[in-house]
Design a protein around this ligand. Structure first.
Ligand code: DAH
Length: 342
């Protein structure tokens, strides 16, 4: 009988050596530890063992079972690590040390991402609007519930022009004009260039891109927002991603949220892209504040809406694996040649 234990162990070790993926590993587990698996059969055979040897035999089978279980788990982790390594190896990184070898023209990665967003949102019935780059203080701030002296203005270090106008600090500056132009119901996205007096570093630029969206209709809730965001993410990244909402404050939404998505690179397990957290902060959003709707001429007794402010520069960096935001406006042709969409 004890001989049988050795045979089963030997057989398991041989079979484990030729396992290539998680499915095969699962099958091996069933073959040995399943209901009529090899080890389970050894346990069942205890009835044929003489009484005085039963205890010792039982202990030996249990040890074997634990050993096999531990080996299976170890191998599972190994397979997962291998898979992640492969995935990361296949993600191309924009690297300026590689010589420029192609000089044919191509679209800027921001434009590529913007086109993709436009394609996705128009397919879901959204229209596309443009915003001004030079804006009035009213549109940029007052009309989105940020009156003079409101502390929220401090977060957007603004370039004011000598005529009292300013360079728009966010695409939200177009909300008021668009609501007045179309009224409700309304489904719109408006991508655009924004400006802030930022200290430049790998993740801060004075000139960056956002893509804002609004949906105003009867019976609109946060579930609508989550639905559209999930659709957008699965089209951009070519796979289904999970999203989560955390509370966030913006004067023009109530309630306001930060929307995170599960890391598209590691599937949420944790990698250097998501700083091991498994989630990536993607887009602030919320239900449009009634005051903002009112200023846009919308009847708040009939309509509600959601709004979101996607970081277009950020999404582009994620999509093309660009580690430094300054590369986007740097004018280096190597960036274009390496992000060329074939
Ligand atoms: N305009 C905000 C900013 O740039 C981003 C934003 C937050 C836009 C929440 C929204 C929103 O539409 O609902 O800081």
């Amino acid at each position: 009988m004890v001989n049988n234990l050795d045979k089963v162990k030997q057989k398991f070790i041989e079979k484990l050596g030729s396992v290539n993926n998680e499915e095969e590993l699962e099958n091996l587990k069933v073959e040995f530890l399943g209901k009529s698996g090899e080890v389970t059969n050894l346990l069942k055979a205890i009835k044929d063992i003489p009484n005085d040897q039963k205890k010792e035999y039982g202990a030996l089978v249990n040890t074997l079972k634990n050993e096999i279980d531990a080996e299976l788990n170890k191998y599972k982790t190994l397979l997962e690590e291998k898979k992640l390594e492969e995935e990361l190896k296949n993600t191309k990184v924009v690297d300026l040390t590689i010589p420029l070898n192609e000089c044919t023209g191509s679209l800027h990665p921001i434009t590529v991402t913007q086109h993709k967003l436009i394609e996705i949102f128009t397919s879901m019935g959204f229209i596309v609007e443009d915003g001004n780059e030079v804006e009035t203080e009213y549109n940029n701030f007052e009309a989105v519930n940020i009156p003079k002296h409101h502390p929220a203005r401090d977060m957007q270090d603004t370039f004011y022009l000598s005529n009292g106008q300013l360079l728009k600090t966010h695409t939200s500056a177009a909300q008021n004009r668009i609501m007045k132009k179309y009224g409700a119901p309304l489904k719109v996205i408006f991508p655009g260039r924004c400006f802030r007096n930022e200290q430049l570093d790998a993740s801060h630029e004075n000139t960056f891109f956002q893509c804002e969206g609004m949906m105003i209709d009867k019976d609109i809730s946060i579930s609508n927002l989550i639905y559209f965001m999930k659709q957008m993410l699965s089209s951009v990244f070519g796979k289904e991603l999970n999203v989560r909402l955390r509370p966030g404050f913006f004067p023009f939404v109530e309630p306001g949220f930060e929307l995170d998505c599960s890391c598209p690179y590691c599937g949420g397990k944790g990698c250097n892209v998501c700083k091991q957290g498994g989630w990536i902060e993607l887009c602030p959003c919320g239900m449009i504040h009634p005051e903002v709707l009112k200023m846009g001429g919308i009847d708040i007794n009939k309509y509600q809406g959601f709004a979101f402010g996607l970081g277009l520069s950020r999404l582009t960096m994620m999509n093309f694996n660009i580690k430094d935001i300054r590369l986007l406006n740097g004018g280096n042709l190597k960036v274009l040649s390496q992000t060329k969409v074939k």
